[in-house]
Design a protein. Structure first.
Length: 572
């Protein structure tokens, strides 16, 4: 008999609990903790002969290495759990499911994240305008606070470091360490880079061993420089994806029917409504040579460029774009829309001087979400009155640094060596256990997650009803969950065992009331004969309030098919 998804995830939770218990026994601040006692020994001031001290310290270092390796050994147990999960999610699939964790995890993530997969799990609670946003199944999020980058007070450059915190499915990026990332400009236009493409080296917090995974002052040990750090984005960078991204190259005479913008196809409007403006531009790019320019537009127009004409094949990753515009010079009234594939972003008149149009930092920036046949970049300008200038269209992949996605774009004033930026990330303590052990054992991987409500701490009471019904004959147990506006909790404790006769309903009472913000409670039940913690509960109903404490169950086993959508952290 094969396991269910619930049972396989339960084994993951059990393994995580074992690992977390061992971590706490080694690193907790109790008098019996290994790390605590090690600190006592290292600071006790007891004099030893130098040779004895050397021997002792060498042995102690070996002991610490063994303790650290012990924590790192739980990858084997988790890998076995993941191998089982690959078989569960491959039911009815083609071919042999993979067993290696690094092959299973991407498939498992996709299986859990796809919206249609929610049909196998309890539906999100909905009641009119109230809706839980969860699709399921998910694990508890690390709930990381991703710090907005801040810039050194003495910085010369006016660029901005943008950061994306969600994946292609809209779930939070949960990889890497929650730490302080310090970035310092190490190369500028005076020391070998193109203007606007300054390089920043990145330093995370120091890494020692597994015993300091969550220790204050420790982190990933990240040390990235050059192209592995941050590199500023300019129209020169975009040139590899979009031709004439600075709008400074054209043929014909400006503001006449002969004008043609190099690399772009005009699909609406009049060519005579466009011309180059070499006196007013956002910033110069190297590809413009000695004559930087912006594109001045005096009438509504649409220009487009197929990606394949220059970039060829795009990597399946995340891309950010920015367009500089100035409507003040020509007192422009109208709108700008930038469309890449199936997604678009717009802005209307109102900015003073040069401003930038930037998309929302969301899942739409991922290739798979904007991709379509005949993929193209299209810029549509509407002009009710006045004229508009656009410049410096920058579009390129975001850079993965330490498990986060960044995009550094220079401003009108270029960065100089020793300009700095700092990003401070943090996560609650205790951290998410399921998510953390997966990403620690298999760096770079994690599962779809949401910040789950706290699960109930008591189970309901179940009794055989005196009212006729059809609950399948046999022994059952019941579970409950709490639902808020974001997610559904993991299941709480089991009820008592109740034996159905097949001819009556089951009456539930003492259904737990959730904390503030609870919109509903979920009721789950095992099928006949399911009385163990490892027996899968199935969805019965949602109680659409946080008041009612009774429910009469009248569902057959055949009618309950959906599993719980959330997998809470074990309690240590």
């Amino acid at each position: 008999m094969s396991a269910t998804f619930f049972q396989s995830m339960l084994r993951v939770q059990e393994t995580v609990q074992l690992a977390e218990d061992q971590r706490l026994s080694l690193t907790s601040n109790t008098a019996t903790g290994y790390v605590t006692q090690e600190a006592v020994i290292l600071s006790d001031g007891i004099p030893l002969d130098i040779f004895d001290a050397q021997a002792y310290n060498a042995s102690e270092g070996g002991s610490r290495a063994i303790a650290s390796a012990f924590l790192g050994s739980f990858g084997g147990e988790l890998a076995a759990c993941l191998s089982e999960l690959s078989k569960v999610i491959n039911v009815g699939g083609v071919g042999v499911p993979p067993t290696a964790a690094t092959q299973v995890l991407p498939l498992l993530y996709r299986y859990m994240a796809l919206p249609q997969q929610a049909t196998a799990f309890a539906n999100p609670f909905t009641d009119g305008a109230i809706a839980c946003s969860q699709a399921g199944p998910v694990v508890n999020s690390r709930n990381i606070t991703r710090g907005t980058p801040t810039y050194g007070a003495a910085n010369v450059g006016t660029g901005v470091l943008y950061r994306l915190n969600v994946d292609a499915y809209g779930y939070p990026l949960e990889g890497g360490f929650a730490e302080t990332l310090n970035a310092t400009c190490t190369a500028d236009a005076q020391s070998g880079t193109l203007t606007g493409q300054e390089q920043f080296s990145i330093l995370g917090q120091p890494f020692r061993d597994a015993l300091t995974w969550f220790g204050v002052g420790y982190g990933s040990g990240l040390s990235a420089a050059g192209s592995n750090g941050f590199v500023g984005v300019t129209a020169d960078t975009t040139q590899s994806l979009i031709q004439n991204s600075s709008f400074s190259l054209a043929t014909g005479t400006g503001a006449t029917s002969s004008f043609a913008l190099t690399g772009w196809t005009q699909t609406s409007g009049l060519a005579a409504s466009m011309q180059l403006d070499t006196a007013n531009y956002y910033r110069a790019a190297a590809i413009e040579g000695t004559t930087p320019a912006s594109l001045q537009i005096s009438g509504s127009v649409t220009i487009t460029q197929k990606i394949s004409s220059n970039a060829g094949a795009l990597a399946i990753t995340v891309y950010l774009n920015q367009l500089a515009y100035n409507g003040s010079l020509g007192t422009w009234i109208g709108s700008i829309t930038v469309q890449i594939g199936s997604k678009s972003w717009s802005v209307s008149n109102g900015a003073v001087g040069w401003a930038t149009l930037l998309p929302l930092l969301d899942k739409n920036l991922w290739f798979q979400n904007f991709n379509q046949a005949s993929l193209a970049v299209t810029i549509t300008i509407t002009i009710t009155s006045g004229s508009l200038r656009i410049d410096d269209f920058c579009w390129s992949p975001m850079q993965n640094v330490g498990g986060s996605l960044f995009w550094l774009i220079g401003g009108v004033t270029a960065f100089l060596v020793n300009d700095t930026t700092v990003s401070v990330d943090s996560e609650p303590s205790p951290p998410s256990k399921n998510q953390n052990w997966i990403r620690l054992m298999f760096p770079g991987y994690f599962l779809p997650s949401l910040v789950l409500p706290t699960a109930p701490v008591t189970g309901p009471t179940a009794v055989l009803s005196g009212t006729a019904g059809v609950v399948t004959a046999g022994a059952h147990v019941y579970y409950t969950t709490f639902i808020n506006a974001t997610a559904e909790s993991g299941i709480g404790p089991a009820s008592n065992v109740v034996v159905a006769s097949g001819a009556f309903k089951i009456d539930l009472s003492a259904i737990p009331i959730g904390p503030g913000g609870t919109l509903a409670r979920g009721i789950y039940r095992t099928k006949a004969g399911g009385t163990k913690a490892s027996d899968t509960p199935y969805f019965v109903t949602y109680i659409a309030d946080n008041v009612t404490t009774t429910y009469a169950d009248n569902a057959t086993d055949a009618a309950i098919t959906k599993q719980p959508p959330s997998y809470a952290d074990p309690v240590n």
